[in-house]
Write a protein that binds this ligand. Structure first.
Ligand code: SAM
Length: 255
């Protein structure tokens, strides 16, 4: 089994660091279902679901939730965290190939999880497995960012608390490798005494706008319906999406 970044082998800190209110985020997904989906959405699939950051908000609204992740620790943590709640299924699975036991109506890939698939053939295989996982007319909502040849904005730092103790989370872009089309990022959690709780290295796909468009258009039966900023959920033109340094939410629809 592939070795996971440390942050995903120790889900406790990941879960706390990313435990932000996701009401607006899930409102946005529902708005996408209304605007773009050709089918009624009842079952939602989340590839790379981690500890289930959005799971509760989704089932609260009446959907059935299916989440999978490559990290067994994340899935064990997610199952414990949601114990006693109905309409939730978690699985261990790889985005390259996983297909849930029932067809879903929409899939959501959040906070650059999609970029953990690095090679072209694995990305194509992922998109095919999502197509097979969804009913025809269903959406795949994917949130990731493009490389902009600058690392000046490549650091994201925030505070969170665990039992009223303060911690600092730091997400940093460290290195771009244009030959292999990868970028290396680090995720660090510091405690209030300056001690390091987690320092985790993440290798991700370095995405260029045209590469994504080309890959999607090389597959039959996928339509790119639109782009949104993941900062404020504003709709973007293709030009704005191409130039934006924010994470971009892409809306794909399968025939
Ligand atoms: C940034 S976290 C996002 C988790 C969750 N989607 C969220 O919004 O909090 C990325 C997750 O992707 C998972 N992951 C990385 N590569 C994967 C793969 N090939 N297949 C499935 N999950 C993967 C990691 O274990 C981690 O839990």
């Amino acid at each position: 089994m592939k070795r996971m970044p440390l942050a995903y082998e120790k889900p406790f800190f990941y879960d706390k660091a990313f435990e932000w209110d996701c009401t607006n985020e899930v409102d946005f997904y529902e708005e996408c279902f209304r605007q773009f989906s050709r089918i009624d959405v009842r079952r939602i699939l989340e590839p790379g679901c981690g500890s289930g950051r959005i799971t509760n908000e989704i089932v609260k609204r009446g959907y059935m939730y299916y989440g999978y992740d490559l990290s067994a620790e994340m899935i064990r943590f997610a199952i414990r965290k949601h114990q006693g709640l109905k309409n939730i299924r978690f699985f261990i699975g790889d985005m390259k190939e996983f297909i849930p036991p029932v067809k879903c109506d929409a899939a959501i890939n959040t906070i650059t999880t999609f970029s953990y698939i690095i090679k072209d053939r694995d990305i194509l295989s992922h998109l095919k497995s999502i197509k097979e996982s969804l009913n025809p007319g269903g959406l795949y909502i994917i949130d990731f960012s493009y490389f902009h040849n600058t690392f000046e904005d490549g650091i994201n730092e925030w505070e969170f608390t665990i039992d009223e103790r303060p911690y600092n989370a730091i997400y940093k872009l460290d290195k771009a490798d244009m030959k292999n089309m990868t970028q290396t990022e680090s995720f660090t959690v510091l405690n209030s005494e300056g001690g390091t709780e987690i320092k985790s290295k993440h290798i991700k796909r370095l995405w260029i706008f045209n590469d994504f468009i080309q890959m999607v258009s090389s597959l039959k039966g996928i339509e790119l319906c639109g782009y949104f900023s993941s900062d404020n959920y504003k709709r973007l033109t293709e030009k704005e999406a191409r130039e934006s340094k924010d994470n971009i939410i892409h809306i794909l629809r399968f025939a």
